[in-house]
Design a protein around this ligand. Structure first.
Ligand SMILES: Cc1cc2nc3c(=O)[nH]c(=O)nc-3n(C[C@H](O)[C@H](O)[C@H](O)COP(=O)(O)OP(=O)(O)OC[C@H]3O[C@@H](n4cnc5c(N)ncnc54)[C@H](O)[C@@H]3O)c2cc1C
Length: 442
């Protein structure tokens, strides 16, 4: 009953907010950038997670709403520019290239609570943090990213990264730098280099492929490619979810002598013997390595996974991804909740590039609810990946939910071509674009 009455009062409050704003006769959000046009509201908005999606959502809200109480919740004090991890693990950038202070990125007018959301209570319209603090809201934006489940690989421990030939580009700035040390040692000597990806949904599905190409290139530059075997273990029968990209990578791997093992899912690692175990259709198989890039299964953070916000059935349920509408990013059962970034249970996506498109759309729908003028914006699943194929060359791969290639620079950057200009985009321009997105710019 208590929950029910809280829910009712929050709904009533939203109704009041909606009509209050409608009375102010505001213009459509997309044209409501200048402060004079901001939508006047007293809505309480909580954002869980201050990563790429959370910070950019906060910045957008500040641009379009006037008078809202916006609270950003994240226990992590550091902000990671994760696309830079690959460059750190390639020895091209220092660890510091990928780290900033969250405090410095939080827009003025937004309250930062440096705690973790422990409980999502969408029926009660509140979240509860690890200190027991309850944060009621009229609207919730969930932007918690995902959890790297290293524990799901028997024998694997994050503390092993940087020792005995074990690397992992994904685990954070320090792990990326430690991975570079191990990969560089391998490139100096040769041996067996083992690469692959998990069977779950993952962020930046191009990253494992890129790192294989980069390692191959270092072996060649150091004259040791002949002394090395490079193996890529794919969990499915393809190398990438978009068939034309998968085929292109297969051809390049064949050209470069990368041996592909299909339908191989890593289940265990034995650092002492330097052996990884894989589940395959014909049973368990061991592969020896001198260097391995371990990429663990990825799932929604526990607080989301065990909450009412997770998909209850279907392909996204097992790993707890959030049940949002794929076009609006609005929760399918709790209309005042949105899910953006890696946590969203939508096909494809899980890149900073998806965040760039998802966030403005989710915010437009949120503001549309307040103003009483529903948004018509729809997300088509756009995502992109500058897929490094060697140092100094990359292919820009951009596509939507339906695997359509969506080149942003037709006539200038051909998709699926190894180009220097695409490399420059990844190495130089992407970081500036990312930080611009955090400031709420397109
Ligand atoms: C190696 C690598 C390479 C990549 N390369 C590219 C690339 O080339 N191009 C590209 O577009 N993308 C790339 N990405 C992907 C991109 O970085 C992510 O998709 C993007 O950061 C997702 O943003 P997010 O806000 O959803 O998650 P994150 O940026 O991970 O932020 C999530 C935040 O939520 C917080 N959080 C978690 N749980 C809770 C909780 N319970 N309560 C409160 N806060 C919580 C975390 O502390 C974190 O700060 C790459 C990623 C990696 C790892």
């Amino acid at each position: 009953m208590v929950t029910g009455s809280r829910f009712t009062s929050a709904v009533d409050r939203r109704t009041v907010l909606k009509f209050g704003a409608a009375g102010a006769a505001v213009a459509a959000l997309s044209s409501r950038k200048a402060s004079a046009e901001r939508l006047r509201t007293s809505a309480r908005i909580v954002i869980a997670g201050a990563g790429a999606a959370g910070i950019s959502a906060a910045a957008r809200l500040v641009q379009v709403l006037d008078g809202a109480s916006i609270t950003l919740v994240d226990a992590r004090k550091e902000h990671y520019y994760q696309p830079g991890f690959t460059l750190v693990a390639a020895g091209l950038k220092p660890e510091s290239y990928t780290v900033a202070a969250n405090r410095d990125l939080v827009p003025a007018g937004v309250t930062l609570v440096e705690e973790r959301v422990e409980e999502f209570d969408p029926a009660g319209n509140k979240v509860v943090t690890n200190t027991g603090r309850s944060l009621p809201y009229d609207f919730l934006i969930v932007a918690t990213g995902l959890r790297l489940d290293y524990g799901a690989i028997a024998g694997m421990d994050m503390r092993l990264i940087g020792r005995d030939g074990i690397g992992s580009v994904f685990a954070g700035p320090k792990a990326a730098a430690a991975t570079w040390q191990e990969m560089s040692r391998f490139a100096d000597k040769g041996g067996i280099g083992l690469f692959g990806r998990p069977a779950t949904e993952m962020k930046c599905a191009g990253a494992p492929l890129k790192y294989t190409f980069i390692t191959d290139d270092y072996l060649r530059r150091r004259g040791n490619r002949g002394r090395a075997e490079v193996i890529y273990a794919a969990p499915t029968k393809g190398l990438f979810s978009v068939p034309i990209v998968s085929e292109k990578v297969r051809m390049l791997y064949q050209e470069r002598g990368v041996k592909v093992r299909y339908e191989h899912v890593m289940t265990a690692i034995d650092p002492g013997r330097r052996v990884a175990t894989f589940k395959t259709p014909s049973g368990s198989e061991e592969i020896r390595y001198d260097f391995v890039n371990v990429i663990p299964p990825m799932r929604a953070p526990e607080a989301v996974r065990r909450s009412e916000l997770a998909w209850q059935s279907g392909p996204f349920a097992a790993d707890g991804w959030m049940e949002v509408d794929r076009s609006t990013l609005r929760h399918r059962r709790f209309a005042n909740v949105f899910g953006v970034g890696d946590v969203a249970g939508v096909p494809k996506g899980k890149t900073a590039a998806s965040v760039k498109w998802q966030v403005p759309i989710a915010i437009d729908h949120l503001a549309g609810t307040i103003s009483g003028k529903p948004s018509t914006m729809a997300y088509n699943g756009y995502t992109s990946c500058p897929l490094i194929t060697r140092l100094g060359r990359a292919m820009l791969v951009e596509f939507d939910y339906d695997d359509n290639l969506l080149p942003s620079f037709p006539g200038v950057i051909a998709p699926l071509e190894e180009l220097w200009i695409t490399w420059v985009m990844k190495e130089v321009a992407l970081k500036a674009t990312y930080y611009s997105m955090l400031r709420g710019h397109a």
